[in-house]
Structure formats: structure tokens, C-alpha cells
Design a protein around this ligand. Sequence first.
Ligand code: GLN
Length: 473
Amino acid sequence: MELQNLTIEEAHTLLTQGSITAVDLAESYLARAKEKNKEINAYLEIFDDVLDQARVADEIISAGKATKLTGIPIAIKDNILINGRIASGGSKILENYVAAYDAYVIEKLKAEGAVCIGRTNMDEFAMGGSTENSAYGTTKNPYNLDRVPGGSSGGSAAAVAADMAIAALGTDTGGSIRQPAALCRLVGFKPTYGAVSRYGVMALGSSLDQVGSFGKTVADAETLFKSIRGSDSRDSTSLPDDFFREGTSIKKIGVPRQFFTEGVDKDVIATFEESLEALKGKGYEIVDIELPTSKYALAVYYIIMPAEASTNLARYDGIRYGVQVQGKDLLDDYMQTRKEGFGAEVRRRILLGTFVLSSGYADAYYRKAIAVRNQIKREFEKVLNDVDVIATPTSPTPAFKIGDKVSDPLAMYAQDMFTVIANLLGAPGISIPMGKVERDGSQLPIGMQFISARGTDSSLFAIGKDFEGIIKG
Ligand code: GLN
């Protein structure tokens, strides 16, 4: 039986009606994943126990205890630990590292009997926006194999877009779920910082990182998010459940048009404006907003993120984890291991981060960036007294060609201009398919992004469902 293009909702109905078993579903997705992965390289590993997991799911279903995710094939980004499995973070330095425990989000999925199909490709340690920084080759965009799927969670996005999984987990530090979702025509959701425990997730920028969901529909992204959320004492930044507000309604949308300057594709802006008109037709009010300090958001992000990453990555010294290269003494062991094990982008950010934290420069860069981040937060809070949500395109361009930006880090960083703000604020953000634009004769997906106040995650699903109902293609 060929089962494809299913949403979680549809698969759940088939499973609980008894029309299919979890093993049928797993076999179908597994066969396609094995076949398509040869050209797309979305998975770094397709697990060997998928059918065993599906059998466990079938028992849960037979016992009448199925929840939404029971038996659903899900892809997992390679920086999320699964007990007994390799977790490489897309890096050579961890190519032989086997996780000794499950991440909180994996505990949650296992408790529901979800079926983890495999671990997905990513930019090394989630630094990048194209998967080209992976030590294991680039993932291809299923909509055009010459183009990137976005990143850093590009493998997770491509796996769902190519129907090699029904949904996927990713992480988002500066846009790594929302941008690949936009480029692969998916819904991508980054929760409020603290909504999902980071326990068992490789740390990149600890004040920015969140685990979130990919789905083909808003409902699927919501279902997966609801399953992995929840407070956890093992993550000190985890928020109590009562922090979150259900049912806040969204009526007024703020648009910061100050950002639509150079570097934003004209077709993307045109489609975005048409989409706003469509939202107006649905009864939403659209107003212009000013976020003056947000023009520094990208600069601030690219100081704070490398600063935190350089500290977090200090643990990869060849002694405690992964690959070890023997040097002439202990210091040389460290240096050779890190030189061999880390790719160019990771080394660049470690250098940048160490520099902005070093004595004599910390005041000028790191502490200044923190001050500007606080100012951005204050401005955002003020704007949210007037509007319920902020809308922007997710990414300034559609998927670019593989190789186009590898030698120009600043051009790569500029891709994150709309997404980093949510991470700096700790606010939830969602990307929803917004149609397609044509490039070189091929139709490439783009996304609409909504950002709302911390704790109002559920309202993004509400406006997201309205939006996906009016936008075709
Ligand atoms: N592209 C951004 C960066 O390279 C975002 C990465 C992420 O969200 N993990 O930092």
C-alpha cells in the first residue's frame, strides 16, 4: 500500500479507524525515505529499528490508548539526543559520539509511541542557513535540486517536503526552523523561549535556542509542538505551564516596512503585500509599525550568538566527546582536534565569539549588544500594546542556488534579517507557506512569518490556520 502526502491528522484517523497499521505506515515512509534520500540527502541515518517502533505503536493503538502522534513517522534533527544513537550535530568532531540519554523532547515522543525514522542533516552545530556547512554534504531542496533547502534544519525540512516523514523536529536559534520551512513550503514553528525544554539538545546560543516543529499544515506543527512542550526542571529556563495564554485573539497586524529595503526580493515583497490584502479581506486590520532599534537586530544577533556558541563549543576538546587528534602535548591535542574536527564556519564563529567576549572588547561589543537587545525588547513590548502580531516575509529571498553564498558569509547572514528578532525577544514565531515565485523557470516556495508576544504561541496557530486557508499554491 502506498501511503503518502498524509498529514498527522489524516494518518491518525486511518490508524485509529484500523484502516492501516503503524507498520504499514512506517513501511511506506521508510521505503520512500531510502529511495529519495539518495538524491536529497535529508537523512544522515535512517534508523534500523523503525518497524520495531511501529510495532510498539500498533500495540498502543490496539489497546485503545493512541494519542495524535502514536505511529506517526517523525524525522529528528541531528543535534537532539536519542539514547544509543549517534548525534553528530552535523559535525565531524562528533561523528562517533553516541548519545547516552534521551532529550526531553524525545522522551515525550517516545511516550506517545511516535516513530522516529532517522536523524536529519543540518549545518554544523546549527550554524548556517543552507545545510552547506554540514560535514556530511549538502541537503537538496525537493522543489529544485540545484537549490538549498535552507538551514540549519534543512534536512528536517527536506525530509517532510519530500514525504520522507510526516513531520519533523528542528531547532531554531536565529531562524533555523522558519527559514527552511519557508523554502520547502512547510509550516515551521519556533516556540516562546522556555516553552520546550532544551535538555538533551546540543547548545548553540543558549539564550536563543528552542526546539520546534515542522509540518505540512499549521495543525500538524501545532500537534507536534503540543506534544513536546511542558516545563522541565532539567532546563533552568523552562517556563511554568501557566505562563502561556490560550485563546488570545489576533485582530491587528503590525508591519515594519522599514525592513523592506535593499536585499529583499521584489517578488517576495509583492507576494507579501498581496497576502496582507487577503488577510484584510478576512477581517484583519493592517497597520504600519516602527521598530527603530530592530535595524541592529542582525548585528546584535551575530555578536551574541557567536559569543554564546564559542563558550558552548569549548567542551569539544577531544577529551570528553567524539573525535580526538593526537598532538605533541595536551594543548596541541586540543588545537589539532578542533582544527580537524570543526568546519570553517564554526571556527569563524568561535573566533568572532571569543573576540567579542575578550577583555578590552567585551564592553564595546558583547555588553553593547546585550544593551541593544534590551532596547529591541522594550520597543517590541510597546508596539505590542497596539498590535497583536507582527508580520514579515520569513526570508528575503526564495531558495538560492547551492554554492551561491558559501564564499560570502555576510550574504548568508543577511538571509536571517527577519527571523533573528523572535529569538532575541524570546518570542514565538511561525512561518506559513505564502505561495511561490518563479526563478529560472522553476516555482520556488516562500513564507509568511508572524511573531507575537511571549506566551501567546497558540494565537499564532489561530492566525496561521486562517492564513493557510486563503493562500493557494
Ligand atoms: N542562520 C542562522 C545562523 O546561522 C540561524 C541558525 C539557527 O537558527 N540555528 O546563525
